[in-house]
Design a protein around this ligand. Structure first.
Ligand code: NAD
Length: 476
C-alpha cells in the first residue's frame, strides 16, 4: 500500500487550490477585481541553480525563493528541503504566508523558499556546504536580509540549518549590526529565542484550546467538554506534529490514538506515549520494534480512523478527492500547510466537518519568529530588564499583605506569585494572546457575515481585508 494517497487527476495544483479558496472569500468582498488580483498574485519567484563539489564531482542543486507580497517588509517564510519542492509549491506556501501574517497581525509580507534535495541523501558536512552555498546565492540577491527577506525553518530544515545560514550571512555582511535578524528559528545561543522550536505545535495547542472555549463552535463539530479524553489522529511526527501531539496529550489530557508516519502507522486505543515514540524514531530504531502500540506498514488510509480531532501535520494535499469522503472526524486542524485540497475542502464542508484552517492553525511558528526578529533588532533578551524588578515589587506586595492583613501565604504560592517573567513565559503568553485574538477575529467575521459559512473563508476574508486596507491607505 502507498504511504501517499494519490491525488485524483481532477485535483487542482497547490497554488490553484489556495487561489480558489482565496477567490471564494474575495467574492464576498466589495473590492475592485483589479485590487483582488494584485493581492492574489505572487510578486516574484527566483530560481537559483548552483553547483557544489561533493564526493569528487560537481552536483547542481535547484532552489527557489518566492516573494508573494511585499506590502510589508521584511517578507517572511520558511525554507523547505524536499525532493518535491517546485515553483507551484513555494508560490502557494508564500501566498499562505502573506495571508497568515495579515491574519495574526504581524508586520511582514509573505515569502517561502525551498531546495530540491533529500536531506537524508547527504551527510551533515555535505548538507552544511550545500546550505552555505544556497545562503550565498540568496544573500547576493537580497533574498535573505534582516530588513527585506527573513527565512525560517520548514519541512526538512531546523535550528541546525538556520545556524549555518546566519553564520554564512554574517560572514558576508560582517559590518551589519542586525545580521542576526536575517533568519529566525536559530538556536538560542546564536541569537534564537526560547520557545521557537516548539512554537508551531504550541500554537496548534493554543488554537484548539481557544476553539474549545466556544460552545457553539464545539457544537458544530459535535463535540462537548474540553480536550480531556478527546481522541486524536495525527499525521507526521516532525517538529510541528511532535510538539502538538506532546502538549495535547501531556498537558490537556487528549489521547493520541493513531500516528501516521512516513515509515508506518502506530495505533493504541489507550493513547500513544508521544515522547517514547519520538525517542524511538530519533534513535533510528525500526518502527516495528516500538512496544507502545500496534505498528503497521505505511498507509494513509489510517487518516480515516475514527477520532474526535484529525491533525494533518506532514505535507500538503494528503486529504484530497480520493479520501475526503471517508474521513471520520468532525474536526480537522490543519497543522501542516495545505493538507486539505480545495476539492476535499468542499466535500468536507458539505459533510459538516469543521476545519480550523492552516493559515491560522500553524501561525504559531511565524508569530514566535516575529518575537525572535524583534529580539534580534533590539539586541536584548525579553524580560532581561524588568524581571528582577517585577519580582521585588511582587515580594513587597506579599510581605505587606502578610503583615497588615495578618495573612500567611504558602511557600509554593509565594514563590509562584513572586517569580518574574522569563523569556519563555513572555513568548508563550504572547503566542497564546495572538492565537486567541486571531481566532476571535475569524469568529467575528463569521458572525457578521454568516454567508462566509466556514472558518477558512472567514480567515481569508479577515486577511484580505487587512491587506486591502493597507493598499488603499497608500493610494492603490
Ligand atoms: P518536519 O520535516 O519536521 O516533519 C515532517 C514529518 O512528516 C516528518 O516526521 C516526516 O517523516 C513526516 N512525513 C513526511 N511525509 C509523510 C507522509 N507521506 N506520511 C506521513 N508522514 C510523513 O516538518 P515540520 O516543520 O514539522 O512541517 C510540517 C508541516 O508544517 C509542513 O506543512 C510545514 O509547511 C508546516 N509548518 C511548519 C512550521 C515550522 O515551524 N516548522 C511552521 C508552519 C507550518
Amino acid at each position: 500500500m502507498s504511504n501517499i494517497t494519490q491525488p485524483n487527476s481532477k485535483e487542482l495544483g497547490f497554488r490553484e487550490s489556495v487561489d480558489l479558496m482565496f477567490n471564494r472569500a474575495a467574492s464576498y468582498m466589495d473590492l475592485s477585481p483589479k485590487l483582488i488580483e494584485k493581492i492574489r498574485v505572487c510578486n516574484a519567484t527566483y530560481t537559483v541553480r548552483f553547483g557544489v563539489k561533493l564526493r569528487g564531482e560537481v552536483h547542481t542543486f535547484t532552489g527557489y525563493r518566492a516573494v508573494h507580497s511585499e506590502h510589508k517588509e521584511p517578507v517572511k517564510g520558511g525554507i523547505r528541503y524536499s525532493l518535491d519542492v517546485n515553483q507551484n509549491e513555494v508560490e502557494a506556501l508564500a501566498a499562505l504566508m502573506t495571508y497568515k501574517t495579515a491574519l495574526v497581525d504581524l508586520p511582514f509580507g509573505g515569502s517561502k523558499g525551498g531546495l530540491c534535495i533529500n536531506p537524508h541523501d547527504w551527510d551533515e558536512d555535505e548538507l552544511e556546504r550545500i546550505t552555505r552555498r544556497f545562503t550565498f546565492e540568496l544573500a547576493r540577491r537580497d533574498l535573505i536580509h534582516p530588513s527585506l527577506n527573513v527565512p525560517a525553518p520548514d519541512m526538512g530544515t531546523g535550528e541546525r540549518e538556520m545556524a549555518w545560514m546566519v553564520d554564512e550571512y554574517r560572514r558576508l555582511n560582517n559590518t551589519n549590526i542586525d545580521a542576526n535578524a536575517c533568519v529566525t528559528g536559530k538556536p538560542v545561543h546564536l541569537g534564537g529565542i526560547a520557545g521557537r522550536t516548539e512554537a508551531t505545535g504550541r500554537g496548534v495547542q493554543y488554537a484548539l484550546q481557544e476553539f474549545f472555549r466556544h460552545p457553539e463552535d464545539k457544537k458544530k463539530a459535535g463535540l462537548r467538554g474540553d480536550l480531556d479524553g478527546k481522541k486524536i489522529v495525527i499525521q507526521g511526527l516532525g517538529n510541528v506534529g511532535y510538539h502538538a501531539a506532546k502538549f495535547l496529550s501531556e498537558q490537556d489530557g487528549a489521547k493520541v490514538i493513531t500516528v501516521v508516519e512516513r515509515s508506518g502507522v502506530i495505533r493504541n486505543a489507550k493513547g500513544i506515549n508521544i515522547e517514547a515514540l519520538k525517542q524511538h524514531i530519533l534513535e533510528d530504531r525500526p518502527l516495528s520494534d516500538f512496544k507502545g502500540g500496534t505498528v503497521t506498514p505505511p498507509d494513509t488510509s489510517a487518516l480515516e480512523d475514527s477520532c474526535d480531532i484529525l491533525i494533518p501535520a506532514a505535507l500538503e494535499g494528503t486529504i484530497n478527492l480520493s479520501n475526503a469522503h471517508n474521513i471520520k472526524t468532525k474536526l480537522i486542524i490543519e497543522a501542516a500547510n495545505g493538507p486539505v485540497t480545495a476539492m476535499a475542502d468542499k466535500i468536507l464542508r458539505d459533510r459538516g466537518v469543521v476545519i480550523i484552517p492552516d493559515m491560522y492553525a500553524n501561525a504559531g511558528g511565524v508569530t514566535v519568529s516575529y518575537f525572535e526578529w524583534v529580539k534580534n533588532v533590539n539586541h536584548i533578551r525579553f524580560g532581561r530588564l524588568q524581571r528582577r524588578r517585577d519580582e521585588g515589587k511582587n515580594m513587597l506586595l506579599l510581605n505587606e499583605l502578610e503583615q497588615r492583613g495578618n495573612l500567611k501565604f504558602s511557600r509554593k504560592f509565594k514563590s509562584e506569585y513572586i517569580e518574574g517573567a522569563d523569556e519563555i513565559d513572555l513568548v508563550r503568553a504572547g503566542l497564546d494572546d495572538t492565537m486567541r485574538g486571531a481566532y476571535n477575529n475569524i469568529r467575528e467575521a463569521l458572525l457578521e457575515r454568516p454567508e462566509l459559512e466556514d472558518l477558512r473563508t472567514a480567515a481569508f476574508y479577515t486577511a484580505i481585508n487587512d491587506i486591502a486596507l493597507h493598499y488603499r491607505s497608500i493610494g492603490l
